[in-house]
Design a protein around this ligand. Structure first.
Ligand SMILES: [Zn+2]
Length: 334
C-alpha cells in the first residue's frame, strides 16, 4: 500500500512500523537510594531535581571525606553531623525528599570504632535517618589495614543497631573493576576520574580467589548473627560477581550502582539482565554520586529510558526506580 506523500521519493518515514512510545517514563518519579549528594555542588543537586528525582538517600560514612589519616571516631562523627546540619537546607533548595544513611565504612581503619558505635544509637533514632550504612567488609583498606574479624564485628554491630531501630542497612559490596586498556602514568592515582591517592592502598586482608565475593559472604554471616532479616539489607554495588550469590542464597535487595559505570563497569544492561533472570522485586538502582569521583546525577533518568530500550517493561522499571526503594526505606514519594 502506498501512502500519498509530498516527498519527492520515499523516505524512511514511509516505512515505519507503528510503535507506542512509553510516554509515562518521561515523568515517572524516581528515587536514588544511595548517593553522597551533600558533597556535590548546588548545580549537581539541581540536576537531580531537573531530572525528576523525588527522593534520595544521602549516605554519610565514607572515609573519602575525613582529612586525617589514621582516621579517628570523631572524624567520622563530623561527617554525620555535617550531613545532619545541611540536609534540611538541601531539601528546601531543591524540593526533593532528602533522607540520611549514617554508618561506619571499613574502607579505612578507624582508631576507636566503639566510640562511634555507642554514639550511633541516638543518631539512629532521628527521623531523618532512614538507613544504617554504607558499611561492609572490604578486602583491602586505604592507608592502614583492618583485620577481617575486626571489620566484620564493626559491620555486625551496626546491623544489630539497625535491627533494634527497625532500619535497613546499605551494604557496600566491593566491585571487581574492569581492566583498563592501558594504565595511566605513575603518580596520578586510580585514574583522573577518582580523587584518591592509590599509593596509600594497604596490603589486602582477604586473599582468596574471589576476595570481593568472600567479603559479601562475611557480611551475610554478620547479618544472620545480628538477627537482621535479609529483606532489611540492600546490597549496593551489585555486579556480575555477586548477583547469583545474593539472589540465590539470600533474600536481600540488590542495588546496581550506575552513576560511575566508567569505573566499575555496571550499567543499565546489567540491570536488565538481572531483571530478566530474577524479576524486578528485589532490584534497585542507585547513582552513588559523590564529589570525589566522576559521577552522573542524570544516571537514573537515563537508565529509565535505557532499560525500556533493552526490553524491560515499564512496570518493572517503576518497581526498580520507585516502588522498591520506597518500600525498603519508607520514602514519602507518591
Ligand atoms: Zn557510596
Amino acid at each position: 500500500m502506498t501512502t500519498p506523500t509530498p516527498t519527492k521519493r520515499p523516505t524512511d518515514a514511509a516505512h515505519l512500523d507503528d510503535i507506542d512510545p512509553p510516554r509515562e517514563l518521561l515523568t515517572l518519579p524516581w528515587i536514588d537510594p544511595h548517593n553522597h549528594a551533600h558533597t556535590l555542588s548546588w548545580a549537581d543537586r539541581e540536576r537531580y531535581a531537573l531530572a525528576g528525582c523525588r527522593s534520595m538517600l544521602m549516605v554519610a560514612s565514607g572515609y573519602h571525606w575525613t582529612p586525617y589519616k589514621p582516621v579517628e571516631a570523631d572524624d567520622v562523627r563530623f561527617l554525620w553531623d555535617d550531613a545532619i546540619n545541611r540536609r534540611a537546607a538541601i531539601e528546601r533548595n531543591h524540593f526533593f525528599e532528602a533522607k540520611l544513611g549514617l554508618g561506619v565504612h571499613t574502607g579505612v581503619r578507624i582508631e576507636n570504632p566503639d566510640e562511634l558505635l555507642t554514639a550511633m544509637d541516638a543518631y539512629c533514632a532521628l527521623d531523618e535517618v532512614v538507613a544504617v550504612g554504607e558499611t561492609g567488609v572490604v578486602p583491602s583498606q586505604h592507608v592502614s589495614a583492618w583485620g577481617v574479624d575486626e571489620q566484620q564485628a564493626v559491620v555486625q554491630a551496626q546491623m544489630a543497631l539497625a535491627r533494634d531501630h527497625d532500619l535497613p542497612v546499605i551494604l557496600h559490596t566491593p566491585n571487581t573493576s574492569t581492566d583498563a586498556k592501558r594504565p595511566y602514568r605513575d603518580g596520578l592515582g586510580v585514574t583522573p576520574g577518582y580523587e584518591k591517592n592509590a599509593g596509600l592502598g594497604a596490603d589486602p586482608v582477604l586473599d582468596g580467589e574471589n576476595p570481593a565475593l568472600d567479603a559479601v559472604r562475611l557480611d551475610v554471616e554478620a547479618m544472620r548473627d545480628a538477627g537482621l532479616d535479609d529483606d532489611r539489607v540492600v546490597a549496593s554495588h551489585a555486579d556480575a560477581n555477586n548477583t547469583a550469590y545474593l539472589m540465590e542464597e539470600t533474600d536481600c535487595y540488590l542495588s546496581y550502582t550506575i552513576g560511575h559505570s566508567w569505573l566499575i563497569g555496571v550499567d543499565a544492561a546489567d540491570v536488565a539482565d538481572a531483571i530478566d533472570e530474577y524479576g524486578s522485586d528485589r532490584i534497585l538502582i542507585d547513582t552513588d554520586c559523590a564529589n570525589v569521583l566522576r559521577t552522573d546525577p542524570y544516571a537514573v533518568k537515563r537508565a529509565i529510558f535505557e532499560l525500556y530500550r533493552y526490553g524491560i517493561d515499564p512496570e518493572d522499571i517503576r518497581n526498580v526506580v520507585l516502588e522498591n526503594p520506597r518500600e525498603v526505606f519508607g520514602f514519602e514519594t507518591e
